[in-house]
Design a protein around this ligand. Structure first.
Ligand code: MEV
Length: 313
């Protein structure tokens, strides 16, 4: 094994969360300004250093790092190196449990670091297969969207079980991302929607299909550079996410503030029940105004993402 590192990005779901678990499409984007790095150096013991967990690999069982620890053990087995000593240092700018794909980003960077350390080429399909295993252990029933986006370098159109398709974003438009400061657990939120589906299959299926429809219209709006129409579809999706029970007071307050301050559309992003919301602004100037209003309304952190950063031409 040689010293090596792997990298991944935060992800933001523009539209389609939760419905994507049931086969509907979603659109998500990697936020390259918010990164996670996993660095491996050789050592005599097997040590993890991170803000999520610090200690030996074998003592991680039963902690919130257990899913990633199992992934590391499986990687070591794959490289016939179960007794290899190492220090794995994880540096993350992603807030955990805020809908930014922290666990998927961590798994992605760890897999990349181990493949680089053992000098083995890693295909995208292999990477997604490794991260699917750890995301299943951590989240129960993931669509694969988080792992596909944290490892991507372009916005993605995603349908569960199919290879993600890169999509083009408009020339203009800025997303404001704001953190409620409240942790939201994907497993719990996905479980709540599953419970809704059991309790009220007709209404829940209608909400899931309506989110899928909004995602199709959002893709059309993106292709036509129509920010107004994109904002409308974000609002539609938020209405359905509320009906599914995954929004909460803190999210609703920030979403209302963004709309009062001129956002074209605003919704939760990720699994909800806390975590982050997004608001669409015409441009960076309007985004700054919305961002300031969100901070005043209690957002604990805000970020900005200009669509122009993602264009290939
Ligand atoms: C979580 O970031 C997104 C969800 O749709 C779950 C998933 O797709 O696995 C809520």
């Amino acid at each position: 094994m040689k010293n090596a590192s792997g990298e991944s990005f935060a992800k933001i779901i523009l539209i389609g969360e939760h419905a994507v678990v049931y086969g509907q499409p979603a659109i998500a984007l990697p936020v390259k300004s918010i990164r996670l790095t996993a660095s491996l150096t050789t050592n005599t013991e097997q040590i993890i250093q991170s803000s999520f967990y610090a200690g030996s690999l074998h003592a991680a069982a039963g902690t919130n790092f257990a899913g990633i620890a199992d992934l590391i053990s499986a990687l070591l087995k794959h490289f016939n190196a179960s007794n290899q000593g190492f220090t794995l240092t994880i540096d993350s700018a992603l807030p955990p449990e805020r809908g930014m794909g922290s666990s998927a980003a961590c798994a992605t960077a760890v897999v990349r670091a181990f493949y680089a350390a053992f000098d083995e080429p890693l295909s995208r399909a292999q990477l997604l297969s490794w991260t699917a295993t750890s995301e299943h252990a951590i989240h129960g029933n993931p669509s694969g969207l988080d792992a596909a986006t944290t490892s991507a370098d372009r916005p993605q159109w995603f349908v569960k079980g199919q290879p993600p398709i890169p999509i083009q974003f408009p020339k203009n438009g800025t997303l404001v991302i704001a953190d409620t400061g409240i942790a939201g657990q994907t497993k719990v939120a996905v479980g709540a929607v599953a419970q809704h589906l059991t309790d009220d299959p007709t209404a829940t299926t209608a909400s899931i299909e309506a989110i899928g429809q909004a995602t199709v219209f959002a893709a059309k709006a993106l292709a036509e550079d129509d920010l107004q129409a994109l904002g409308t579809q974000m609002d539609h999706a938020q209405g359905q996410l509320k009906a599914l029970g995954v929004s909460n007071d803190a999210l609703n307050r920030l979403i209302a503030t963004a709309k009062e301050n001129g956002a074209l559309g605003a919704k939760l992003t990720g699994s909800g029940q806390g975590g982050c919301m997004i608001a669409l602004a015409f441009d960076a100037t309007q985004a700054t105004q919305i961002r300031d209003a969100l901070t005043q309304a209690g957002a604990t952190a805000t970020w900005q993402y200009d669509f122009s950063d993602e264009r290939t031409n």
